[in-house]
Design a protein around this ligand. Structure first.
Ligand code: GLU
Ligand code: ZN
Length: 494
């Protein structure tokens, strides 16, 4: 297998702006970027917006936003705030089409008989497909317009038909190339087809514009999802027809959902922005994406900053499908959350707290301490507001089960009244003192420690689980704790 990487590779991520930046696209962007970073090469962003019906501005924006959030900066391409950087622009294909960049290649292929006008209507193409199916042939274009005379063409034009341009595929032989991940690939040319290069609207198709641009932008490696593997022989033939050396191809493994089918919207999977909303850290998602179809020989799972670009190697990419496992992703996010300092954690959690209206106006140092209380437990940033909200509510929302299980115990009112008195009087309202008081109370009343600890927790937080009890009480402060204990005592006595 060829693994030789020429000096200074040029690679690209070339999304079609017809939806969100999804996991597969983000993975493709990442692998290209890693390849460039590792080799000192150049990572280009090119927007393939030649589908006039499906391309949208919002989608271009979503791609920019997604890439920027992940920190996948590109060396050349559009600048989200406006303009472009790099010597090979425009980096939007529609703009390239309007500039006439594709025209000379269209003219050349037409002049050399390597492309031709096809006047078939949709109805004719449908009928052709049905006929092929009946005869158990591959449902491909049968080449009927390959040899139209000038008169026949004129007659079609007179009917008002607008032609598309098709590439004339060789009938015999095979298209063979080395894929860096899949190894040698071979496609019988008779199974390929005369694909459309230019639509009736005059816009180029993906397969055509992609080849022209990859060549003009001097791409050395095409790293993309293996859903494109069937396009590659078509593109390969186009390179040959234009007398160009094709780049090196690497097709990344398919990504499957947990149910074993190709990852899609059905898996509740939309765009990377959804993962942002859920509270994934971009660096955790990046780490996870890197392992979708790639691994080190020792199956390393967590990479410190800067390590991925050092260790990434196309030879570690596998061709068998990768499975997207949300449980593992969340676990990994938890690992990354634990790597943050308290201050960093607050900074990351702040947008989620603000969105939920939790902790507004609270002293930053206190908020920082409160958020860090359960740092060990968090998996997603978006779950933090719900876990800490009781600190900031005038009184907690009581979980009826917790009330039933803990506050309805016969000893609860007595315990809580005693604790309210103790905590009102204790000199230093700190963790150590608060625990000492609680243990003393248990001893005095002849209860087990838990019989005091549990009602304390439920009284102030409404739940049976949460952060370390006495530190939590310390952070809540004397006034609030005493008030809530008195209130709970009344509540459970009722
Ligand atoms: N525009 C294509 C897509 O989004 C790019 C394929 C390629 O990388 O060549 O699928
Ligand atoms: Zn035709």
């Amino acid at each position: 297998m060829i693994t030789l990487v020429p000096m200074k590779p040029r690679v690209r991520f070339a999304p079609s702006p017809t939806g969100y930046l999804h996991i597969g696209g983000a993975r493709t962007a990442l692998f290209n970027r890693l390849l460039a970073l590792k080799t000192g090469g150049t990572f280009v962003l090119r927007i393939e917006d030649t589908d006039e019906l499906r391309s949208t501005e919002e989608s271009v924006q979503a791609i920019f936003d997604g890439l920027q959030w992940l920190g996948f900066n590109w060396d050349e391409g559009p600048i989200p705030s406006g303009g472009e950087k790099g010597p090979f622009g425009p980096y939007f294909q529609a703009a390239r089409a309007r500039k006439g960049i594709y025209q000379p290649y269209v003219d050349k292929l037409l002049a050399e008989g390597k492309a031709y006008k096809c006047y078939c209507t949709t109805e004719e193409l449908d009928a052709m497909r049905r006929q092929a199916q009946l005869e158990k042939r591959p449902p491909r274009y049968d080449g009927r317009c390959r040899h139209l005379t000038a008169e026949q063409q004129a007659a079609f034009e007179a009917q008002g038909r607008k032609p598309v341009l098709r590439f004339r595929m060789p009938d015999d032989g095979a298209t063979e190339f080395q894929d860096l991940i899949h190894g040698p690939l071979r496609f019988e040319n008779k199974l390929l087809y005369d694909f459309i290069m230019v639509k009736a609207s005059g816009y180029p198709t993906y397969n055509f514009a992609c080849v022209i641009d990859d060549h003009l932008m001097e791409m050395t490696h095409i790293v993309r999802g293996d859903d494109h593997i069937s396009n590659t022989p078509l593109q390969y033939q186009l390179y040959k027809a234009l007398g160009w050396e094709p780049p090196i191809f690497a097709h990344l493994s398919m990504i499957l959902g947990p149910d074993g089918t190709r990852l899609s919207k059905r898996h509740g999977h939309t765009g990377v922005q959804e993962y942002r909303k859920m509270g994934l850290l971009p660096e955790a998602l990046t780490n996870y994406l890197a392992l979708l179809g790639w691994s080190t020989t020792d199956s390393q799972q967590i990479f410190v900053p800067g390590e991925l670009e050092q260790k990434f190697d196309i030879s570690g990419c596998q061709k068998s499908p990768a499975t997207f496992d949300p449980v593992k992703l969340n676990w990994m996010n938890g690992e990354y959350i634990r790597l943050l300092s308290k201050e960093q954690l607050l900074e990351r959690a702040l947008p989620y707290l603000q969105e939920a209206g939790v902790g507004t106006g609270v002293d930053k140092d206190l908020l920082c301490k409160i958020v860090a209380l359960e740092q060990e437990k968090y998996k997603l940033l978006a779950e933090i507001p719900k876990l800490v909200d009781f600190f900031f509510l005038p009184e907690p929302v009581y979980d009826p089960k917790a009330v039933e299980k803990v506050l309805k115990k016969p000893e609860a009112p007595k315990v809580l009244e005693a604790m309210a008195r103790r905590y009102a009087a204790v000199k230093d309202f700190n963790e150590v003192e608060l625990e000492r008081e609680a243990r003393e109370c248990a001893k005095e009343l002849g209860f087990k420690a838990g019989q005091v600890f549990h009602p304390l927790r439920v009284s102030v937080s409404g739940r049976t689980e949460g952060p370390t009890l006495f530190r939590m009480l310390e952070y809540m402060g004397r006034d609030k704790v005493v008030k809530l204990l008195q209130k709970a005592a009344a509540l459970c006595a009722a």
